[in-house]
Design a protein around this ligand. Structure first.
Ligand code: MIC
Length: 535
Protein backbone atom coordinates (compact mmCIF):
# COMPACT_ATOMS: atom_id res chain seq x y z
CA UNK A 1 0.00 0.00 0.00
CA UNK A 2 1.22 3.48 -0.78
CA UNK A 3 2.22 5.71 2.10
CA UNK A 4 0.50 8.92 1.00
CA UNK A 5 -0.37 10.15 4.48
CA UNK A 6 -2.10 13.32 3.32
CA UNK A 7 -4.35 11.35 1.03
CA UNK A 8 -5.08 8.82 3.77
CA UNK A 9 -6.13 11.59 6.17
CA UNK A 10 -8.19 13.28 3.46
CA UNK A 11 -10.09 10.07 2.70
CA UNK A 12 -10.62 9.51 6.42
CA UNK A 13 -11.99 13.02 6.88
CA UNK A 14 -14.32 12.51 3.94
CA UNK A 15 -15.60 9.33 5.53
CA UNK A 16 -16.22 11.18 8.81
CA UNK A 17 -18.26 13.81 6.94
CA UNK A 18 -20.21 11.09 5.13
CA UNK A 19 -21.09 9.49 8.46
CA UNK A 20 -22.10 12.83 9.98
CA UNK A 21 -24.33 13.56 7.01
CA UNK A 22 -25.87 10.09 7.27
CA UNK A 23 -26.61 10.62 10.96
CA UNK A 24 -28.49 13.80 10.01
CA UNK A 25 -30.91 11.99 7.70
CA UNK A 26 -34.50 11.69 8.99
CA UNK A 27 -34.05 7.95 9.55
CA UNK A 28 -30.96 8.39 11.73
CA UNK A 29 -31.44 11.79 13.31
CA UNK A 30 -33.38 10.59 16.39
CA UNK A 31 -30.62 8.25 17.59
CA UNK A 32 -28.41 9.52 20.40
CA UNK A 33 -25.00 7.96 20.05
CA UNK A 34 -22.31 7.95 22.71
CA UNK A 35 -19.53 7.90 20.07
CA UNK A 36 -18.28 10.27 17.40
CA UNK A 37 -18.29 9.87 13.64
CA UNK A 38 -14.50 9.66 13.66
CA UNK A 39 -14.59 6.71 16.06
CA UNK A 40 -16.90 4.91 13.64
CA UNK A 41 -14.84 5.93 10.61
CA UNK A 42 -11.75 4.50 12.29
CA UNK A 43 -13.58 1.18 12.68
CA UNK A 44 -14.64 1.04 9.01
CA UNK A 45 -12.84 -0.48 6.07
CA UNK A 46 -10.89 1.78 3.77
CA UNK A 47 -13.51 0.94 1.14
CA UNK A 48 -16.74 0.13 2.98
CA UNK A 49 -18.89 -2.43 1.20
CA UNK A 50 -22.36 -1.27 0.18
CA UNK A 51 -25.04 -2.42 2.55
CA UNK A 52 -27.51 -4.29 0.36
CA UNK A 53 -30.13 -4.51 3.10
CA UNK A 54 -30.64 -0.74 3.30
CA UNK A 55 -33.60 -0.42 0.88
CA UNK A 56 -35.41 -3.11 2.89
CA UNK A 57 -34.56 -1.53 6.23
CA UNK A 58 -35.83 1.85 5.01
CA UNK A 59 -38.95 0.16 3.70
CA UNK A 60 -39.49 -1.31 7.18
CA UNK A 61 -38.84 2.03 8.82
CA UNK A 62 -41.42 3.75 6.59
CA UNK A 63 -43.92 0.96 7.08
CA UNK A 64 -43.70 1.15 10.87
CA UNK A 65 -44.11 4.91 10.80
CA UNK A 66 -47.09 4.70 8.46
CA UNK A 67 -48.71 2.33 10.92
CA UNK A 68 -47.85 4.67 13.78
CA UNK A 69 -49.54 7.59 12.12
CA UNK A 70 -52.60 5.54 11.13
CA UNK A 71 -52.85 3.79 14.50
CA UNK A 72 -52.59 0.35 12.91
CA UNK A 73 -50.14 -2.54 13.14
CA UNK A 74 -48.20 -4.87 10.89
CA UNK A 75 -49.27 -8.35 11.94
CA UNK A 76 -46.89 -11.13 11.04
CA UNK A 77 -45.51 -14.41 12.27
CA UNK A 78 -42.30 -16.38 12.42
CA UNK A 79 -41.32 -18.54 9.45
CA UNK A 80 -38.20 -20.38 8.40
CA UNK A 81 -39.29 -21.71 5.02
CA UNK A 82 -39.04 -19.44 1.95
CA UNK A 83 -41.99 -21.23 0.35
CA UNK A 84 -44.17 -20.40 3.33
CA UNK A 85 -42.86 -16.83 3.23
CA UNK A 86 -43.89 -16.52 -0.43
CA UNK A 87 -47.49 -17.23 0.60
CA UNK A 88 -47.34 -14.92 3.61
CA UNK A 89 -46.46 -12.11 1.18
CA UNK A 90 -50.09 -12.07 0.08
CA UNK A 91 -51.25 -10.83 3.45
CA UNK A 92 -48.36 -9.36 5.35
CA UNK A 93 -45.57 -6.93 4.66
CA UNK A 94 -42.81 -8.22 6.92
CA UNK A 95 -41.59 -11.61 8.03
CA UNK A 96 -40.12 -12.62 11.37
CA UNK A 97 -37.27 -15.11 11.70
CA UNK A 98 -37.67 -16.61 15.13
CA UNK A 99 -34.68 -18.06 16.96
CA UNK A 100 -36.97 -20.52 18.69
CA UNK A 101 -38.45 -21.78 15.44
CA UNK A 102 -35.06 -21.86 13.72
CA UNK A 103 -33.58 -23.83 16.59
CA UNK A 104 -36.46 -26.23 16.37
CA UNK A 105 -36.77 -26.67 12.61
CA UNK A 106 -33.44 -25.61 11.07
CA UNK A 107 -31.07 -27.38 13.35
CA UNK A 108 -29.67 -30.89 13.26
CA UNK A 109 -30.10 -31.04 17.02
CA UNK A 110 -33.59 -29.61 17.48
CA UNK A 111 -35.00 -28.62 20.81
CA UNK A 112 -37.00 -26.17 22.85
CA UNK A 113 -35.97 -22.54 22.66
CA UNK A 114 -33.10 -22.26 25.09
CA UNK A 115 -31.13 -20.25 22.54
CA UNK A 116 -28.59 -23.06 22.67
CA UNK A 117 -28.33 -23.46 18.90
CA UNK A 118 -25.20 -22.30 17.06
CA UNK A 119 -24.98 -18.52 16.93
CA UNK A 120 -25.16 -18.41 13.14
CA UNK A 121 -28.41 -20.42 12.95
CA UNK A 122 -30.67 -17.38 12.53
CA UNK A 123 -28.35 -15.56 10.07
CA UNK A 124 -28.40 -18.68 7.89
CA UNK A 125 -32.20 -18.82 7.91
CA UNK A 126 -32.38 -15.09 7.14
CA UNK A 127 -30.00 -15.66 4.24
CA UNK A 128 -32.14 -18.49 2.89
CA UNK A 129 -35.32 -16.46 3.12
CA UNK A 130 -33.73 -13.34 1.66
CA UNK A 131 -32.46 -15.25 -1.36
CA UNK A 132 -35.77 -17.06 -1.70
CA UNK A 133 -37.58 -13.72 -1.77
CA UNK A 134 -35.29 -12.44 -4.51
CA UNK A 135 -35.98 -15.52 -6.57
CA UNK A 136 -39.76 -15.30 -6.14
CA UNK A 137 -39.60 -11.67 -7.15
CA UNK A 138 -37.56 -12.54 -10.25
CA UNK A 139 -39.93 -15.37 -11.12
CA UNK A 140 -43.00 -13.14 -10.83
CA UNK A 141 -41.48 -10.32 -12.86
CA UNK A 142 -40.54 -12.68 -15.64
CA UNK A 143 -44.06 -14.17 -15.78
CA UNK A 144 -45.59 -10.71 -15.85
CA UNK A 145 -43.26 -9.47 -18.56
CA UNK A 146 -44.36 -12.34 -20.78
CA UNK A 147 -47.76 -10.71 -20.93
CA UNK A 148 -48.69 -7.46 -22.65
CA UNK A 149 -49.33 -4.44 -20.41
CA UNK A 150 -53.14 -4.63 -20.52
CA UNK A 151 -53.12 -8.29 -19.44
CA UNK A 152 -50.81 -7.55 -16.53
CA UNK A 153 -53.52 -5.50 -14.86
CA UNK A 154 -55.47 -8.70 -14.24
CA UNK A 155 -52.49 -10.64 -12.99
CA UNK A 156 -51.29 -10.88 -9.46
CA UNK A 157 -48.40 -8.71 -8.43
CA UNK A 158 -47.10 -9.55 -4.98
CA UNK A 159 -44.42 -7.78 -3.05
CA UNK A 160 -42.27 -10.75 -2.13
CA UNK A 161 -39.48 -8.51 -0.91
CA UNK A 162 -40.78 -8.25 2.62
CA UNK A 163 -38.36 -6.80 5.15
CA UNK A 164 -37.08 -9.51 7.46
CA UNK A 165 -36.91 -8.94 11.22
CA UNK A 166 -34.48 -11.34 12.86
CA UNK A 167 -34.13 -12.68 16.36
CA UNK A 168 -30.73 -11.57 17.68
CA UNK A 169 -31.46 -13.30 21.01
CA UNK A 170 -29.05 -12.09 23.68
CA UNK A 171 -26.20 -11.47 21.24
CA UNK A 172 -24.77 -14.93 21.84
CA UNK A 173 -22.02 -14.18 24.29
CA UNK A 174 -19.52 -11.45 24.77
CA UNK A 175 -19.72 -8.10 23.05
CA UNK A 176 -17.58 -9.29 20.17
CA UNK A 177 -20.11 -12.09 19.61
CA UNK A 178 -22.86 -9.45 19.52
CA UNK A 179 -20.91 -7.51 16.91
CA UNK A 180 -20.32 -10.63 14.83
CA UNK A 181 -23.89 -11.85 14.98
CA UNK A 182 -25.17 -8.38 14.07
CA UNK A 183 -22.78 -8.33 11.11
CA UNK A 184 -23.91 -11.76 9.97
CA UNK A 185 -27.58 -10.84 10.29
CA UNK A 186 -27.18 -7.61 8.32
CA UNK A 187 -25.12 -9.32 5.62
CA UNK A 188 -27.77 -12.03 5.40
CA UNK A 189 -30.54 -9.50 4.83
CA UNK A 190 -32.03 -8.55 8.20
CA UNK A 191 -33.95 -5.26 7.90
CA UNK A 192 -34.61 -5.37 11.64
CA UNK A 193 -32.91 -7.11 14.57
CA UNK A 194 -34.03 -7.54 18.14
CA UNK A 195 -31.75 -8.11 21.06
CA UNK A 196 -32.68 -8.74 24.68
CA UNK A 197 -31.36 -8.76 28.24
CA UNK A 198 -31.53 -12.50 28.93
CA UNK A 199 -28.44 -14.23 30.25
CA UNK A 200 -26.51 -16.30 27.75
CA UNK A 201 -26.98 -20.01 28.31
CA UNK A 202 -29.80 -19.44 30.78
CA UNK A 203 -32.82 -18.96 28.54
CA UNK A 204 -35.36 -21.29 30.01
CA UNK A 205 -39.08 -20.80 29.57
CA UNK A 206 -40.14 -24.39 29.85
CA UNK A 207 -40.31 -24.90 33.60
CA UNK A 208 -41.63 -22.63 36.30
CA UNK A 209 -38.46 -20.95 37.43
CA UNK A 210 -35.62 -19.99 35.29
CA UNK A 211 -35.75 -16.71 33.42
CA UNK A 212 -32.47 -14.95 34.14
CA UNK A 213 -31.57 -11.45 33.09
CA UNK A 214 -28.23 -9.69 32.97
CA UNK A 215 -27.46 -6.44 34.83
CA UNK A 216 -28.70 -3.20 33.32
CA UNK A 217 -25.17 -2.19 32.31
CA UNK A 218 -24.66 -5.42 30.34
CA UNK A 219 -27.97 -4.91 28.53
CA UNK A 220 -27.01 -1.34 27.70
CA UNK A 221 -23.67 -2.57 26.31
CA UNK A 222 -25.42 -5.09 24.08
CA UNK A 223 -27.64 -2.39 22.61
CA UNK A 224 -24.59 -0.18 22.14
CA UNK A 225 -22.70 -3.04 20.52
CA UNK A 226 -25.51 -3.73 18.07
CA UNK A 227 -25.94 -0.05 17.18
CA UNK A 228 -22.20 0.43 16.82
CA UNK A 229 -21.94 -2.50 14.41
CA UNK A 230 -24.82 -1.03 12.36
CA UNK A 231 -22.96 2.28 12.28
CA UNK A 232 -19.76 0.58 11.19
CA UNK A 233 -21.61 -1.13 8.35
CA UNK A 234 -23.63 1.98 7.45
CA UNK A 235 -26.74 -0.16 7.95
CA UNK A 236 -30.24 1.29 8.24
CA UNK A 237 -31.36 -1.93 9.94
CA UNK A 238 -34.01 -1.17 12.55
CA UNK A 239 -32.95 -1.92 16.13
CA UNK A 240 -35.65 -3.46 18.32
CA UNK A 241 -34.65 -3.20 22.00
CA UNK A 242 -36.39 -6.10 23.68
CA UNK A 243 -36.53 -6.31 27.45
CA UNK A 244 -37.21 -9.72 28.98
CA UNK A 245 -37.42 -8.63 32.56
CA UNK A 246 -41.13 -9.46 32.95
CA UNK A 247 -41.42 -12.67 34.98
CA UNK A 248 -37.63 -12.87 35.44
CA UNK A 249 -36.71 -14.93 38.51
CA UNK A 250 -32.98 -14.27 38.54
CA UNK A 251 -30.26 -11.79 37.68
CA UNK A 252 -26.69 -12.91 37.05
CA UNK A 253 -24.93 -10.28 39.16
CA UNK A 254 -25.34 -7.39 41.58
CA UNK A 255 -22.71 -5.26 39.87
CA UNK A 256 -25.10 -2.53 38.74
CA UNK A 257 -26.67 -0.43 41.55
CA UNK A 258 -29.60 0.31 39.21
CA UNK A 259 -30.71 -3.29 39.79
CA UNK A 260 -30.31 -3.32 43.59
CA UNK A 261 -33.85 -2.22 44.29
CA UNK A 262 -35.16 -5.45 42.77
CA UNK A 263 -32.76 -8.07 44.09
CA UNK A 264 -34.21 -10.32 46.77
CA UNK A 265 -32.49 -11.40 49.95
CA UNK A 266 -33.18 -13.52 53.01
CA UNK A 267 -34.17 -11.64 56.17
CA UNK A 268 -34.45 -14.67 58.49
CA UNK A 269 -31.56 -16.50 60.09
CA UNK A 270 -31.17 -19.31 57.53
CA UNK A 271 -28.36 -21.31 55.95
CA UNK A 272 -27.47 -20.78 52.26
CA UNK A 273 -30.16 -22.27 50.01
CA UNK A 274 -27.71 -24.16 47.82
CA UNK A 275 -26.14 -25.87 50.82
CA UNK A 276 -29.57 -26.99 51.99
CA UNK A 277 -30.44 -28.28 48.50
CA UNK A 278 -27.13 -30.14 48.15
CA UNK A 279 -27.75 -31.89 51.46
CA UNK A 280 -31.30 -32.76 50.41
CA UNK A 281 -30.06 -34.32 47.17
CA UNK A 282 -27.45 -36.33 49.09
CA UNK A 283 -30.16 -37.70 51.35
CA UNK A 284 -32.46 -38.43 48.38
CA UNK A 285 -35.06 -35.81 49.25
CA UNK A 286 -36.89 -33.77 46.60
CA UNK A 287 -34.83 -30.68 45.93
CA UNK A 288 -37.93 -28.80 44.78
CA UNK A 289 -39.77 -29.48 48.02
CA UNK A 290 -36.75 -28.47 50.10
CA UNK A 291 -36.32 -25.35 48.04
CA UNK A 292 -39.97 -24.35 48.50
CA UNK A 293 -39.68 -24.95 52.23
CA UNK A 294 -36.53 -22.88 52.43
CA UNK A 295 -38.07 -20.02 50.45
CA UNK A 296 -41.10 -20.01 52.73
CA UNK A 297 -38.94 -19.80 55.84
CA UNK A 298 -36.24 -17.36 54.69
CA UNK A 299 -38.26 -14.13 54.72
CA UNK A 300 -37.45 -13.39 51.09
CA UNK A 301 -37.94 -9.76 50.12
CA UNK A 302 -36.22 -6.72 48.65
CA UNK A 303 -34.09 -4.54 50.88
CA UNK A 304 -36.68 -1.74 50.88
CA UNK A 305 -39.33 -4.20 52.00
CA UNK A 306 -37.00 -5.36 54.75
CA UNK A 307 -36.59 -1.75 55.90
CA UNK A 308 -40.35 -1.29 55.95
CA UNK A 309 -40.81 -4.52 57.88
CA UNK A 310 -38.18 -3.49 60.41
CA UNK A 311 -39.77 -0.08 60.76
CA UNK A 312 -43.20 -1.64 61.38
CA UNK A 313 -41.72 -4.06 63.92
CA UNK A 314 -39.98 -1.28 65.75
CA UNK A 315 -43.09 0.86 65.87
CA UNK A 316 -45.28 -2.06 66.95
CA UNK A 317 -43.02 -3.35 69.68
CA UNK A 318 -41.55 -0.06 70.68
CA UNK A 319 -40.76 0.70 74.26
CA UNK A 320 -40.82 4.25 75.42
CA UNK A 321 -37.10 4.69 75.02
CA UNK A 322 -37.01 3.38 71.42
CA UNK A 323 -40.14 5.34 70.70
CA UNK A 324 -38.57 8.57 71.65
CA UNK A 325 -35.71 7.96 69.21
CA UNK A 326 -37.69 6.62 66.24
CA UNK A 327 -39.18 9.18 63.96
CA UNK A 328 -42.71 8.07 62.99
CA UNK A 329 -41.97 9.16 59.40
CA UNK A 330 -38.66 7.30 59.22
CA UNK A 331 -39.77 4.98 56.46
CA UNK A 332 -41.22 7.82 54.38
CA UNK A 333 -37.96 9.71 54.83
CA UNK A 334 -36.06 6.60 53.75
CA UNK A 335 -38.24 6.21 50.64
CA UNK A 336 -37.81 9.83 49.69
CA UNK A 337 -34.03 9.59 49.91
CA UNK A 338 -33.44 6.43 47.89
CA UNK A 339 -33.44 7.02 44.17
CA UNK A 340 -33.06 5.03 40.96
CA UNK A 341 -29.57 3.63 41.22
CA UNK A 342 -29.02 4.04 44.99
CA UNK A 343 -26.76 1.11 45.84
CA UNK A 344 -27.40 -1.41 48.63
CA UNK A 345 -24.69 -0.13 50.94
CA UNK A 346 -26.09 3.43 50.82
CA UNK A 347 -29.55 2.02 51.42
CA UNK A 348 -28.20 0.11 54.42
CA UNK A 349 -26.47 3.16 55.89
CA UNK A 350 -29.52 5.31 55.42
CA UNK A 351 -31.81 2.72 57.03
CA UNK A 352 -29.44 2.36 59.97
CA UNK A 353 -29.31 6.12 60.42
CA UNK A 354 -33.09 6.47 60.33
CA UNK A 355 -34.12 3.35 62.25
CA UNK A 356 -31.17 3.11 64.59
CA UNK A 357 -30.65 -0.62 63.90
CA UNK A 358 -29.09 -2.82 61.22
CA UNK A 359 -31.70 -4.24 58.85
CA UNK A 360 -31.13 -7.98 58.41
CA UNK A 361 -30.91 -8.73 54.68
CA UNK A 362 -28.59 -11.06 52.75
CA UNK A 363 -28.91 -11.51 48.98
CA UNK A 364 -26.10 -14.10 48.94
CA UNK A 365 -28.11 -16.72 50.84
CA UNK A 366 -30.74 -17.46 48.15
CA UNK A 367 -28.20 -17.67 45.28
CA UNK A 368 -28.85 -20.49 42.86
CA UNK A 369 -26.77 -23.43 41.75
CA UNK A 370 -25.33 -21.26 38.96
CA UNK A 371 -24.78 -18.33 41.26
CA UNK A 372 -27.73 -16.26 40.08
CA UNK A 373 -29.38 -13.83 42.49
CA UNK A 374 -33.11 -13.91 43.14
CA UNK A 375 -34.92 -11.07 41.41
CA UNK A 376 -38.33 -9.44 41.62
CA UNK A 377 -39.61 -8.26 38.27
CA UNK A 378 -41.86 -5.20 38.13
CA UNK A 379 -43.24 -3.00 35.38
CA UNK A 380 -41.26 -0.10 36.87
CA UNK A 381 -38.01 -2.01 36.34
CA UNK A 382 -38.94 -2.83 32.73
CA UNK A 383 -39.68 0.84 32.09
CA UNK A 384 -36.35 1.88 33.63
CA UNK A 385 -34.40 -0.42 31.32
CA UNK A 386 -36.49 0.45 28.28
CA UNK A 387 -36.09 4.17 28.98
CA UNK A 388 -32.34 3.83 29.25
CA UNK A 389 -31.89 2.13 25.88
CA UNK A 390 -34.62 3.96 23.96
CA UNK A 391 -32.37 6.79 22.68
CA UNK A 392 -30.02 4.26 21.05
CA UNK A 393 -32.71 1.99 19.61
CA UNK A 394 -35.64 2.42 17.24
CA UNK A 395 -38.41 0.23 18.64
CA UNK A 396 -39.16 -0.80 22.24
CA UNK A 397 -40.48 -4.23 23.08
CA UNK A 398 -41.37 -5.60 26.48
CA UNK A 399 -41.39 -9.37 26.19
CA UNK A 400 -44.23 -10.59 28.35
CA UNK A 401 -45.13 -14.19 28.95
CA UNK A 402 -48.70 -14.91 30.04
CA UNK A 403 -49.07 -11.15 30.31
CA UNK A 404 -51.28 -9.24 32.62
CA UNK A 405 -53.15 -6.69 30.54
CA UNK A 406 -52.70 -4.10 33.29
CA UNK A 407 -48.92 -4.52 32.95
CA UNK A 408 -49.10 -4.08 29.19
CA UNK A 409 -51.07 -0.90 29.70
CA UNK A 410 -48.85 0.43 32.50
CA UNK A 411 -45.64 -0.22 30.53
CA UNK A 412 -46.80 1.48 27.35
CA UNK A 413 -48.34 4.43 29.14
CA UNK A 414 -45.18 5.02 31.15
CA UNK A 415 -43.00 4.82 28.04
CA UNK A 416 -45.27 7.12 26.04
CA UNK A 417 -45.12 9.70 28.81
CA UNK A 418 -41.34 9.91 28.19
CA UNK A 419 -41.27 9.14 24.48
CA UNK A 420 -44.46 10.26 22.76
CA UNK A 421 -44.70 8.79 19.27
CA UNK A 422 -42.47 5.85 20.20
CA UNK A 423 -42.71 2.68 18.09
CA UNK A 424 -43.44 -0.55 20.00
CA UNK A 425 -43.34 -4.24 19.18
CA UNK A 426 -45.10 -7.06 20.96
CA UNK A 427 -44.98 -10.85 20.69
CA UNK A 428 -48.01 -12.93 21.42
CA UNK A 429 -47.49 -16.46 22.63
CA UNK A 430 -49.01 -19.86 22.39
CA UNK A 431 -51.31 -21.63 24.75
CA UNK A 432 -51.90 -18.55 26.89
CA UNK A 433 -55.10 -18.71 28.89
CA UNK A 434 -55.88 -14.96 29.08
CA UNK A 435 -57.68 -15.16 32.44
CA UNK A 436 -59.98 -12.38 33.68
CA UNK A 437 -57.81 -12.17 36.79
CA UNK A 438 -55.04 -10.76 34.56
CA UNK A 439 -57.29 -8.15 33.03
CA UNK A 440 -58.48 -10.21 30.06
CA UNK A 441 -62.04 -10.47 28.81
CA UNK A 442 -63.21 -12.13 25.61
CA UNK A 443 -64.24 -8.68 24.37
CA UNK A 444 -60.76 -7.28 24.99
CA UNK A 445 -59.09 -10.23 23.32
CA UNK A 446 -61.12 -9.76 20.15
CA UNK A 447 -59.71 -6.32 19.44
CA UNK A 448 -56.57 -6.21 21.58
CA UNK A 449 -54.16 -6.13 18.62
CA UNK A 450 -55.98 -3.24 16.98
CA UNK A 451 -56.44 -1.44 20.30
CA UNK A 452 -52.79 -1.72 21.26
CA UNK A 453 -51.81 -0.35 17.86
CA UNK A 454 -54.16 2.57 18.16
CA UNK A 455 -53.73 3.47 21.81
CA UNK A 456 -50.07 2.70 22.37
CA UNK A 457 -48.38 2.56 18.98
CA UNK A 458 -47.64 -1.18 19.08
CA UNK A 459 -46.99 -1.19 15.34
CA UNK A 460 -45.38 -4.59 14.93
CA UNK A 461 -47.12 -7.57 16.48
CA UNK A 462 -46.04 -11.13 15.95
CA UNK A 463 -46.96 -14.66 16.62
CA UNK A 464 -43.31 -15.73 16.87
CA UNK A 465 -43.39 -19.52 16.67
CA UNK A 466 -46.86 -20.76 17.38
CA UNK A 467 -48.38 -20.33 13.91
CA UNK A 468 -46.55 -23.56 13.22
CA UNK A 469 -49.50 -25.22 14.96
CA UNK A 470 -51.69 -24.09 12.04
CA UNK A 471 -49.15 -25.37 9.50
CA UNK A 472 -48.94 -28.68 11.36
CA UNK A 473 -52.70 -29.09 11.23
CA UNK A 474 -52.74 -28.53 7.45
CA UNK A 475 -49.95 -31.06 6.95
CA UNK A 476 -51.78 -33.52 9.16
CA UNK A 477 -54.90 -33.07 7.06
CA UNK A 478 -53.03 -33.57 3.78
CA UNK A 479 -51.25 -36.64 5.14
CA UNK A 480 -54.53 -38.25 6.19
CA UNK A 481 -56.09 -37.44 2.83
CA UNK A 482 -53.21 -38.88 0.78
CA UNK A 483 -53.09 -42.09 2.76
CA UNK A 484 -56.83 -42.69 2.51
CA UNK A 485 -57.71 -41.20 -0.91
CA UNK A 486 -54.44 -41.57 -2.85
CA UNK A 487 -54.04 -39.88 -6.26
CA UNK A 488 -57.80 -39.39 -6.67
CA UNK A 489 -57.84 -37.39 -3.44
CA UNK A 490 -54.81 -35.34 -4.42
CA UNK A 491 -56.29 -34.58 -7.85
CA UNK A 492 -59.64 -33.50 -6.44
CA UNK A 493 -58.66 -31.77 -3.23
CA UNK A 494 -55.35 -30.16 -4.12
CA UNK A 495 -54.35 -30.12 -7.80
CA UNK A 496 -57.76 -29.20 -9.22
CA UNK A 497 -58.46 -26.56 -6.59
CA UNK A 498 -55.02 -24.99 -7.00
CA UNK A 499 -55.06 -24.82 -10.78
CA UNK A 500 -58.67 -23.68 -11.05
CA UNK A 501 -58.22 -20.76 -8.69
CA UNK A 502 -59.50 -17.53 -10.22
CA UNK A 503 -58.24 -14.99 -10.99
CA UNK A 504 -55.24 -16.68 -12.46
CA UNK A 505 -52.57 -16.81 -9.80
CA UNK A 506 -49.08 -15.82 -10.76
CA UNK A 507 -47.91 -17.80 -7.84
CA UNK A 508 -48.85 -20.57 -9.48
CA UNK A 509 -50.06 -23.71 -9.52
CA UNK A 510 -50.24 -23.52 -13.32
CA UNK A 511 -47.39 -24.79 -15.47
CA UNK A 512 -45.31 -25.11 -12.34
CA UNK A 513 -44.75 -21.37 -12.08
CA UNK A 514 -44.54 -21.62 -8.32
CA UNK A 515 -41.43 -23.72 -8.65
CA UNK A 516 -39.95 -21.59 -11.38
CA UNK A 517 -41.09 -23.43 -14.54
CA UNK A 518 -41.60 -20.25 -16.54
CA UNK A 519 -38.38 -18.78 -15.34
CA UNK A 520 -36.33 -21.77 -16.47
CA UNK A 521 -38.01 -21.71 -19.86
CA UNK A 522 -37.21 -18.02 -20.11
CA UNK A 523 -33.53 -18.66 -19.42
CA UNK A 524 -33.40 -21.26 -22.19
CA UNK A 525 -35.31 -19.02 -24.58
CA UNK A 526 -33.12 -15.98 -23.87
CA UNK A 527 -29.96 -18.01 -24.42
CA UNK A 528 -31.40 -19.27 -27.67
CA UNK A 529 -31.83 -15.65 -28.76
CA UNK A 530 -35.60 -15.21 -28.28
CA UNK A 531 -37.09 -11.92 -27.04
CA UNK A 532 -38.90 -12.85 -23.86
CA UNK A 533 -40.46 -9.55 -22.76
CA UNK A 534 -43.80 -8.40 -24.25
CA UNK A 535 -45.03 -4.82 -24.48
C1 MIC B 1 -39.68 -14.56 20.10
C2 MIC B 1 -38.77 -15.68 20.48
O1 MIC B 1 -37.50 -15.12 20.79
C3 MIC B 1 -38.58 -16.62 19.34
O2 MIC B 1 -37.53 -17.24 19.28
O3 MIC B 1 -39.50 -16.77 18.55
C4 MIC B 1 -39.26 -16.49 21.68
C5 MIC B 1 -40.62 -17.04 21.49
C6 MIC B 1 -41.15 -17.80 22.67
O4 MIC B 1 -40.41 -18.58 23.28
O5 MIC B 1 -42.33 -17.65 22.95
C7 MIC B 1 -39.16 -15.57 22.87
O6 MIC B 1 -40.08 -14.80 23.10
O7 MIC B 1 -38.12 -15.59 23.51
Amino acid sequence: MSQDLTKEQQLFDQEVTRIENWWNTPRQAGIQRPWTASTIAALRNTEPLPCHVNPFALKLWDLLHEHRSRGTAEMTFGATDPVAVSQMAKYMKTVYVSGGLSGFSENNYPGMDHADYPWDTVPKVVDKIFRGQQWHDQRQRQVRMQHPVEERATMENWDYLMPIIADGDMGFGSLTATLKSTKALVESGAAGIHIDDLAIGMKKFTIGQGRTIVPTSEYEDRIKGLRMQLDIMGAETVLFARCDLDHADFITSTIDPRDHEYILGATADVRPLQQVIDEAIMSKKSSNAVRDEWLASAGIMTFDEAVEQQFLNLTKHSTKSVDSQLDGNAFDTYKSQVKYGTCLSRRRNLAKKLLGVNVPFDWELPRSHNGQYLYRSTVKAIVERATLVAPLSDVSWARMDLPDYNDIKAYHEAMLACFPGRLFAFAWGGEWKFPPSSGWTSERLKTVSQDMAKEYGVVWQIQPMYMIQGVNMEIERSAAMWVTDGMGGYYDKIQRRATERKPWKVDGYEKMSWCGGYLSDAFFAAIAGEEIARK
